[in-house]
Design a protein. Structure first.
Length: 293
């Protein structure tokens, strides 16, 4: 099934008319010293492509900053950057002294600021899967948000949020593979492989393997190589015993946007246990509504 690209309706502070048109309409932007702007340590984006950053700097050199950055007052005459870190870094590369900024006068909670930063980066498809997962994990852990709440705030599907939370439970070598640029969907398939040496070999071959061929390869592995592992909340998670079981689990997860695991009974393979994980009462209520419609 082909996936539709999500279109975000972003707060006009983050994108829209040019700086000149903002000035004509009296939008409250002003020029502030770059030296007075601090980068938010909780900013979800960690890695910046230096080549693309240099290209942005050259564009700014020629056309100026088209959209102001968004900041909030931090105290002591300084500002905390909320959105626009690429523009901020590009202006620093150019050695500029000031940058156009919109000062957000609202006293937002950290949840709102982090959400705003995430939306900006997701819209531009700049976040790596690992960066996205870490930021979504922050939203959930710091502010006790459900999967549904996070998806609503970010304007993304619940399955994307769920997938990001799964990434946080991956072993270190698989997280490192994601950071290095390995395809997210293939890396998530390897979460069932407990043998670290085998995982290392498969990680090295990911570029050469299609998703379907990787699924077939994993389905043919002995069960000793694919032992149960701990899920997001510490419960034992079963490994799908066949490609067909994997397909069923993935279709269910896509349909209900929750974590699903399937365990076959070794003594009676046609029977087994289907487990659905939920992380909040809202998630449970949402599942109940879906199942009882």
């Amino acid at each position: 099934m082909s996936k539709k690209k999500v279109t975000f309706d972003i707060n006009p502070l983050l994108s829209g008319p040019s700086l000149d048109s903002r000035a004509r309409t009296g939008s409250p932007f002003r020029f502030i010293p770059l030296a007075d702007v601090d980068i938010d340590p909780d900013q979800p984006r960690r890695v910046f492509d230096q080549e693309r950053l240099q290209e942005l700097a050259e564009s700014i050199r020629e056309y100026g900053v088209i959209s102001p950055i968004l900041v909030r007052i931090s105290g002591g005459g300084t500002f905390r950057l909320v959105a626009g870190e690429r523009r901020f870094r590009a202006c620093k590369l150019l050695g500029l002294d000031t940058i156009p900024a919109i000062v957000d006068a609202q006293e937002e909670e950290g949840e709102g600021i982090l959400s705003k930063q995430l939306v900006e980066n997701i819209q531009r498809e700049d976040l790596t899967p690992m960066e996205r997962a870490l930021a979504i994990g922050q939203l959930q852990d710091r502010y006790s948000l459900s999967v549904r709440d996070i998806a609503k705030r970010l304007g993304v599907s619940k399955s994307m949020v769920q997938r990001s939370l799964e990434i946080l439970q991956l072993p270190d070598d698989l997280q490192a593979a994601l950071i290095a640029g390995a395809p997210e969907s293939k890396v998530l398939l390897l979460r069932h492989v407990e043998d670290r040496a085998l995982r290392k070999k498969l990680i090295a071959e990911l570029d050469e393997l299609s998703r379907s061929s990787l699924e077939q390869l994993l389905a043919g592995l002995p069960e000793d190589s694919q032992k149960s592992q701990l899920s997001h909340r510490g419960t034992v998670r079963s490994v799908e015993s066949s490609t067909e079981d994997q397909r069923i689990v993935e279709d269910l997860q896509q349909s209900i946007s929750m974590k699903v695991s399937l365990r076959r009974d070794a003594r009676k393979p046609e029977a087994g246990k289907l487990t659905i994980d939920f992380y909040s009462t809202d998630d449970l209520n949402d599942l109940f509504e879906r199942l009882t419609r």
